[in-house]
Every structure is written in structure tokens, then in C-alpha cells.
Design a protein around this ligand. Structure first.
Ligand code: G3D
Ligand code: MG
Length: 177
């Protein structure tokens, strides 16, 4: 890496078991991981990539499901460049909580809506027709109303995962250059 590398801290948010850790791991591939703050419910991993000829070092923070101490909340959201909000298409409650996570992130980042985010509908490999699953249309509509990009993912198959980080990265680049 040259010296002209951008370090971007981003956070993964969403209810427990929606697939945050799985998505992070899927994206990282063989990238290395740390266990910083893991005892307090959060940790991050680093991943290097290149976007539009710009070298990016993602610092991807991932939160455990349990409620956090206030100190951890602050450490988690401070100085973020972007966020990934995840819900599980097989559990409607996780979809209903998206806005709570988003607002929490925006509020605690100190930059309100000036933080680029993407909305991920995860576990699409498990989607079946039925009242319990959240449809593509519903996800799109919510994302539209929030003014953020929408991407369907499967941490299991890998579908959409790279695209999600690419999209977020491009939006951050636009924001910061
Ligand atoms: P979290 O970090 O948001 O709490 P995890 O969620 O990444 O720990 O995932 C919770 C469970 O959902 C895990 O199963 C994981 O394997 C599964 N999972 C995550 N993403 C997907 C996906 O896209 N498709 C499918 N089919 N499963 C997924 P376990 O059984 O290990 O608890
Ligand atoms: Mg997790």
C-alpha cells in the first residue's frame, strides 16, 4: 500500500442474528481479524481494497447482539465514514427495527444524515413466499423513503456482499472527495 491510503471506519448495525458477522466474514475472505473490544460487545477487522484507483483500508466494526454500555456505544459510532444496516428477510421484526438502528447510528455519529449507509436485506437464500418473509418490494420502498441504497444479500452464497461494500465505498468516495 502506498501512503495515500484512506482509512475508513464503518459500522454494521441491525438486530441480533441478522447476519452482520457472517457478512463481514464473507467480505473479508482471507483478510485478518482482530478482537478489539470483543469482551465489551464490539470488535473490528481490517480489509484493503481499491475503488476507482483509490486505496481503501476498511475498518469494519461489528456489534454483538446484547445491549451495550454507553462507552461502547460512543466508541462504536465515533468517527464513522459509513454504515451498513442489515435485516433478515425471514424475520419481519428485524425489518421493523431498521429505522431504529439507522437513527441510533446517525444520532450517535454526531453527523446525522451526513453518513452514507446501505440497507441490506440478508438471507435471501432462505426466502419463501409467505406472510412472514419481507419482500423485495417492501425493502426497496423503505430504502427509497430513507434515501439510501438497497441491496439483497446472502452471507451464505455470497450474493450481493461485494456489491454492498462497493456501493457504500463509492458513496463515501463521493462524500469525501
Ligand atoms: P449477527 O452477527 O447479526 O448476530 P450472525 O448474525 O452473522 O452471527 O448470523 C446469525 C445466524 O444466521 C448464523 O447461524 C449464520 O450462519 C446465519 N446466517 C447469516 N447470514 C445468513 C444468510 O445469508 N443465509 C443463511 N441461510 N444463514 C445466514 P447459526 O446457525 O450459526 O446461528
Ligand atoms: Mg455478530
Amino acid at each position: 500500500m502506498s501512503e495515500d491510503v484512506r482509512l475508513w471506519k464503518i459500522v454494521l448495525v441491525g438486530d441480533g442474528a441478522v447476519g452482520k458477522t457472517s457478512i463481514r466474514k464473507r467480505y473479508l475472505g482471507l483478510g485478518f481479524e482482530t478482537d478489539y473490544l470483543s469482551t465489551m460487545g464490539a470488535d473490528f477487522a481490517l480489509h484493503d481494497t481499491t475503488l476507482k484507483e483509490t486505496q481503501i483500508r476498511w475498518q469494519i466494526w461489528d456489534l454483538a447482539g446484547q445491549p451495550m454500555f454507553k462507552d461502547v456505544v460512543q466508541a462504536y459510532y465515533t468517527k464513522i465514514f459509513g454504515g451498513v444496516v442489515v435485516y433478515d428477510v425471514t424475520r419481519r421484526q428485524t425489518f421493523d427495527n431498521v429505522e431504529i438502528w439507522l437513527n441510533d447510528m446517525w444520532k450517535n455519529s454526531g453527523r446525522d444524515r451526513n453518513v452514507p449507509v446501505v440497507l441490506l436485506a440478508n438471507k435471501v437464500d432462505l426466502r419463501e413466499e409467505g406472510a412472514e418473509t419481507v419482500s423485495t418490494d417492501e425493502g426497496k420502498k423503505l430504502a427509497e423513503s430513507l434515501g439510501i441504497p438497497f441491496i439483497e444479500t446472502s452471507a451464505k452464497s455470497g450474493e450481493g456482499v461485494e456489491a454492498a461494500f462497493d456501493k457504500l465505498g463509492k458513496n463515501i468516495l463521493e462524500y469525501t472527495s
